[in-house]
Ligand binder design. Structure first.
Ligand code: PMP
Length: 326
């Protein structure tokens, strides 16, 4: 992966090489940081880069920071505007991944969450698939259990908690699987190492509810809406047993990184036919069209990066509303 050219840090955009921290930095030593993951999609027909749901991502980012007692001097809207400016400075004309990070920047010894000063950085890089095998993923149920809300809340995207995800992911990949499915301490299905999970059984879509130690995914929210409004399906949020996955007709993951991927085998058992099913196939088509700004009804989720440049002087920089419907 090439390094970014620029970073937004402490309120301004600087060359990436200047966005440095010291080795004693609190967030680096104790994991006292929160992050986000946002995608931007290049639309070749329009010559435009669209950021998908940036304000929703930044709302969650600010809430995650709040769990660590960080009071950030930014609004979700201002961080989204700075992101557009960063992308324009980079001049990306391809699909990208955007990484916001809020971390305690103090260079001191002492585990705590008070009397510390948060710093915010944003970077972006060109990005393709997160899980290469996105049509036929073979997953394993991890022997690692998901962090519990009373240990480190999974509903916040807290840097230190991602050691839990990394343990599960590496064990899965080094054993030849594409991705890990993680159970909660009580044995119910929680989510993937960095994605939410859904199953389809007898025409009903089921996904673990938000009290199952999951990250409340922005993609999960988008997908639930598409399933209900565009595909007329019933979606049930409830605890899910491990063996329900084995008996499902379809299983799929959602997330900014993975987008929508079909899980066709779990621990050497075929799910349904063992091939990508109809529900996930249709969802993938809808989702990829929507994120690229090709579906007028969902265009308000796609924030153009370059169109703002062409706006008349006096228009607010980084306009965050959708362009007029065509
Ligand atoms: N769960 C975890 C643990 C994640 O890290 C992610 C990726 N952010 C998700 C779910 C999916 O969330 P989103 O759709 O907001 O990217």
């Amino acid at each position: 992966m090439n390094l970014p050219g620029y970073a937004f840090i402490d309120g301004k955009i600087v060359p990436y090489a200047e966005a440095k921290v010291g080795v004693l930095t609190h967030g680096l030593n104790y994991g006292t940081a929160v992050f986000g993951g946002i995608r931007a999609y290049w639309n070749d027909d329009e010559g435009e880069l669209f950021v998908f749901r940036p304000v929703d991502h930044y709302r969650r980012f600010i809430q995650s920071a709040g769990l660590l007692r960080m009071e950030l001097p930014y609004t979700a809207e201002s961080l989204a505007s700075s992101t557009l400016e960063l992308l324009r400075t980079e001049g990306h004309r391809t699909d990208c991944y955007i990484r916001p990070l809020a971390f305690y920047g103090d260079e001191i010894i002492g585990v705590r969450l008070h009397n510390l000063t948060p710093r915010v950085a944003i970077t972006s890089v060109p990005f393709g698939l997160y899980v290469e095998n996105d049509e036929n993923a073979h997953c394993t149920i991890s022997s690692w259990r998901r962090v519990d809300d009373n240990m480190i809340p999974a509903r916040g995207k807290i840097a230190g908690a991602y050691v839990n995800s990394a343990l599960a992911k590496s064990d899965a990949q080094l054993s030849g699987f594409d991705e890990a499915i993680v159970l909660s301490a009580d044995g119910h299905v929680s989510e993937g190492s960095a994605e939410n999970i859904f199953l389809v059984r007898n025409g009903v879509v089921i996904t673990p509810s938000i009290s199952e130690n999951i990250l409340e995914g922005i993609t999960r929210r988008t997908i639930i809406k598409l399933l209900k409004d565009e595909m007329g399906m019933e979606v049930v949020e409830r605890p899910v047993d491990r063996t329900e996955l084995f008996l499902a007709d379809e299983v799929f993951f959602t997330g900014t990184g993975v987008q929508v991927i079909a899980v066709t085998r779990i621990d050497h058992r075929a799910i349904g036919t063992g091939k990508m099913g109809q529900v996930v196939r249709q969802l993938r088509e809808l989702y990829f069209n929507i994120v690229r700004g090709r579906v007028v009804r969902y265009r308000s989720h796609c924030i153009p990066v370059y169109r703002n440049e062409k706006e008349p002087k006096g228009a607010p920089a980084g306009r965050l509303t959708a362009p007029p419907r065509r």
